[in-house]
Design a protein around this ligand. Sequence first.
Ligand SMILES: *Cc1c(COP(=O)(O)O)cnc(C)c1O
Length: 460
Amino acid sequence: MADTLAKSNQTKRWQEMDAAHHLHPFTQHDELAAMGARVITKAKGVYIYDSEGKRLIDGMAGLWCVQVGYGREELAEAGYKALQELPFYNTFFQTTHPYVAELSQKLSEVTPKGIDRFFFANSGSEGNDSAVKIIRYYWNLKKQPKKKIIISREKGYHGVTMAAASLSGLTSMHPQADLPLPGFVHIVCPDWYGQGGTMSPDDFGIKTARALEDKILELGADNVAAFVAEPIQGAGGLIIPPATYWPEINRICKKYDVLLHVDEVICGFGRTGKWFGSDTYGIEGDMMNMAKGLSSGYQPIAAVGIGPKIGDVLFNAGEEWSHGFTYSGHPVAAAVALANIEVLQKDKLVEKSGGTTGDYFQKKLASLNDHPLVGETRGTGLIGAIELVKNKRTRERFDEAMNIGYRCRLHCFANGLVMRAIGDTMVLSPPLVITEAEIDELIGLARLCIDLIAKDIGVS
Ligand SMILES: *Cc1c(COP(=O)(O)O)cnc(C)c1O
């Protein structure tokens, strides 16, 4: 479709093997076979390279995760050293190893106050599944076994395993696997741009937070175990809550004794300009989930952090906790995650995301607002979105069938930029190491591709 460039024989061979034998995540396979998968062969800094030698600037840091950029020696060396010294040992049955002990200690330093104990998994989805089990177990230990319903939000994304997909509020994920499971309930989200109408963002923030209170009252606080949410909703369309939203959520969770589980898988490790989205928005979570930026994606690892309310109960349960993965706290993954956090600290990447680099990125992103197709830009730190709309004033969107976002993304690929399309919301989440010159290139290419889609549909 987008680029019908001649492909080398090597690329064709990989594409054929892949098409014949590989079931891809989030992919329509007949479409993929017709197009031929893009084969990414290497990456350095903020750039990825495909098997045809084409260079693309990675505006998405992989899948929102490569905070320190590609090709960092410190991470490679930490992984290599662990592979030589202790390629595997488990953390079951009263054993541990230096890598996981040191990572746990480091996480207790960088996570919000009170989050001091960590359980390790291998993906964000496993982290959230584990969190659901922790929540259920907590209320069982508290002798309130009726408190079991978990509330999350429309357009929330929490992963794909059975419980994580049940938490997710992207409804297209549900029917293929007959989800959500019983006991998972969804409420509206603070999507002001899409659903706020004529309300002010602040009023809309309060209104959408009170939807939690209404739902708790409807279900009965005695039946509600937890509220689960991302600080900023990522995969649901980069929904940034109005300033009024989180303080109200904090209040409601406390009032009804509903646990607050914060899904920091995208927002964590500097993405929003502070270490965690919880720091940016003053979220008072009882527990949190981390993955992606935890290892900058160099190794599969996730961590569920728990505060004293839950931790003190779990650590004094007086019985074995029957949960854990063979690879929980894997030494290689733990070593790489620790090296990643050390790079974030040494290079002051979180401070830069919340200061110089983030400010520059936000200023350049906002410069796109003069474009006739751009209804709004929004962002914080090194995350941002561009709304492509039919009518800037009324916020009316294009007919879905026009596939504006998808077509814009194809222009991006063809012109050397990876920018994600969520409907007609274009999303950027570059590596935190991005320089000002690279930001100029990134936003310049974004404008070029928005110009191209405007030309396609005859808007100027
Ligand atoms: C990506 C993501 C997940 C799932 O992580 P996986 O490693 O893909 O399982 C969970 N929550 C949020 C907020 C995410 O963005």
